[in-house]
Design a binder for this molecule. Structure first.
Ligand code: ATP
Ligand code: MG
Length: 566
């Protein structure tokens, strides 16, 4: 999927190609400094992971470094909780910024000094227009704007007013500092954009030291410059801001980073806008930022997605110039591939139906040898206890079974994984006709699940021994939205109306192999036949075993690929 632009070198995307060209021409003396610049106004999501992998990846490939910069210019929306979560998520994804952690708010003094310099050079002015008048003055995409009546204030007056803005003399929104560029520019960003605003608000790091704050556009490029960022990688929506960033850097005569823009990652069946994710959290439409249905890094972690799988996915998606939406099934494909190799197998019965093996001796416990991971010869084996009373999955039994139903039914023999062949003899029901219990017989000669005489069975079921199993809570997940693109809804519909009401299913009283209770929170396993699961990183303990299904075993993406190849 990587960009096919003519300038790309074989095997390299257009950004890596440019970096290589710069290294060859000695543009930055071979330095490659990048940065990942989140605004701490929410938790990171899978889209950010793409940017993180790209920025840290390019730095590492070129023996450079990648800064973690918190772009904290908007005091109203930013919080330390978000700073903490961002650090945790970047680390968990496997990247290390070392000493290179910065905050745009640390540059407030420098940015202020630069604003003063721009005033002195006649490049910016204090404007008293407010609200609607500013908007009207900007014009439209088809009509030029009009010059502000304050545009030609003297340097002295501008300096005086700007200092007094800083000193707190004026209420919020009454004055702004604007760049004096071109009200007729076809690029709206160049029509005398606001660079400072009055805002009497407490900042998560600078407290009440400031009542004027630089706009993001005034801070971003200069922050890159201060940090000596050679390659400033942004998403496409900043392409039209680049001329403005270049204008500031040129007027200030400071180091000019090179900005390049790539397409955002979009995924189907979810939303990747921090504003919308915040709305889900604040409206209690999900259970917090780390709800396993969320596309946040913390949600994916809690769901059981391995960081390696997320990195591999980001690499496969690649960087391109054209926007596209990636299939969630493709991300899950990487998760499955990774877990198939690494996750130990266990047996768990999610919807238990009691089975009594009538001819199995009372009190006897057979220790069956089970393979921990058929994909990993080093993973070895373990013992699983088998006894007279066991549980099987309710839907592995059918009373009046059609011919094609190969699992358990009266008179139909199946294999219990690693244990024995069993045959159902009787169905026990309660007064409502609900099946409460099955009676079976077993063939002692089939120990280990091996056929004693070459006779075949059509199904192998997983099971749990009643005396040994632990009770657990298991949560199953489906897409958070029931439509592919929740950002595009029908007239009269809200995007939140498309939330999938069945996206979370909580099962209690599931019967698990006892070893599963001892797993550490966050450990990932396979429940045979049911999928990959992860011990919940908040609620799981030996006393309250709690598992989240990461993915099912069925790889829809790989299946689709095969069909396309055929
Ligand atoms: P918002 O959702 O409010 O637009 P944002 O997602 O752009 O915010 P930032 O904190 O500004 O949030 O993002 C930090 C970095 O991550 C930026 O460089 C941004 O370009 C990049 N980024 C954000 N979303 C994506 C995405 N979906 N795909 C790739 N990169 C992204
Ligand atoms: Mg942004």
């Amino acid at each position: 999927m990587s960009d096919a632009s003519e300038t790309s070198r074989p095997g390299l995307d257009f950004i890596r190609t440019q970096v290589k060209l710069d290294n060859e021409s000695g543009k930055h003396d071979g330095r490659v400094f990048t940065r990942f610049p989140p605004e701490p106004n929410g938790y990171l999501h899978i889209g950010h992971a793409k940017s993180i992998c790209l920025n840290f990846g390019i730095a590492a490939e070129n023996q450079g470094h990648c800064n973690l910069r918190f772009d904290d210019t908007n005091p109203c929306k930013e919080e330390d909780e978000y700073v903490e979560s961002i650090r945790e998520d970047v680390k968990w994804l496997g990247f290390d910024w070392g000493e290179n952690e910065f905050f745009t708010s640390s540059y407030f003094d420098q940015l202020f000094a630069w604003a003063v310099k721009l005033i002195e050079d006649g490049n910016v002015y204090v404007c008293d227009l407010q609200g609607d008048d500013v908007r009207k003055g900007r014009g439209t995409l088809t009509e030029p704007g009009t010059n502000s009546p304050y545009r030609d204030r003297s340097v002295a007056e501008n300096l005086d007013l700007f200092q007094r803005m800083r000193a707190g003399e004026f209420p919020d929104g009454t004055r702004t500092l604007r760049a004096k560029i071109d009200m007729a520019s076809p690029n709206m960003n160049m029509r005398d954009p606001m660079i400072y605003r009055i805002l009497h608000a407490h900042h998560h790091r600078t407290g009440d030291a400031w009542c004027i704050y630089p706009m993001y556009d005034f801070a971003h490029g200069q922050s890159d410059s201060i940090e000596g960022i050679t390659h400033s990688l942004c998403t496409l929506e900043f392409e039209d801001h680049r001329p403005l960033y270049d204008w500031f850097v040129e007027k200030l005569g400071i180091f000019a980073p090179q900005q390049m823009e790539f397409a955002r990652l979009n995924l189907n069946y979810t939303v990747l806008s921090k504003r919308k994710l915040l709305q889900l959290v604040e409206g209690n439409l999900v259970n917090g930022w780390d709800d396993p249905r969320m596309p946040t890094i913390s949600g994916l972690r809690r769901r059981g997605y391995p960081p390696d799988a997320i990195r591999e996915f980001c690499e496969a998606v690649g960087v391109a110039k054209a926007d596209s939406t990636v299939d969630m099934a493709w991300l899950q494909h990487f998760v499955r591939q990774h877990l198939n190799k690494t996750a130990p197998r266990y047996m768990a019965v999610l919807n238990p139906l009691k089975v009594i093996i009538e001819n199995f001796p009372e009190g006897q416990v057979d220790r069956m040898e089970a393979v921990n991971n058929p994909e990993d010869p080093d993973a070895g084996t373990r013992e699983v206890a088998f006894s007279k009373v066991i549980y099987i999955e309710r839907d592995d039994f059918m009373e009046d079974a059609p011919k094609k139903f190969f699992r358990l039914s009266v008179g139909r023999e199946v294999r219990l994984r690693y244990a024995y062949f069993v045959n159902c003899t009787e169905v026990i029901k309660d007064a409502n006709g609900e099946i409460t219990e099955l009676r079976c017989t077993y063939d002692p000669a089939s120990k280990g699940g091996n056929s004693p005489d070459g006779r075949k069975v059509k199904a192998t079921l997983h099971w749990a021994s009643a005396d040994h199993a632990v009770d657990a809570t298991v949560r199953l997940y489906d897409h958070l939205f029931s439509v592919e693109n929740p950002n595009k809804v029908k007239d009269g519909q809200e995007w939140t109306d498309t939330i999938n009401p069945d996206s979370l299913q909580i099962l209690e009283g599931c019967k698990l192999e006892p070893a599963l209770a001892e797993l550490a929170p966050g450990e990932r396993v396979q429940f045979e036949r049911l999928g990959y699961f992860c011990a919940d990183n908040k609620d799981h303990s030996a006393g309250t075993p709690t598992f989240n299904r990461t993915v099912t075993l069925r790889d829809a993406w790989a299946k689709e690929q095969k069909k396309m190849e055929a």
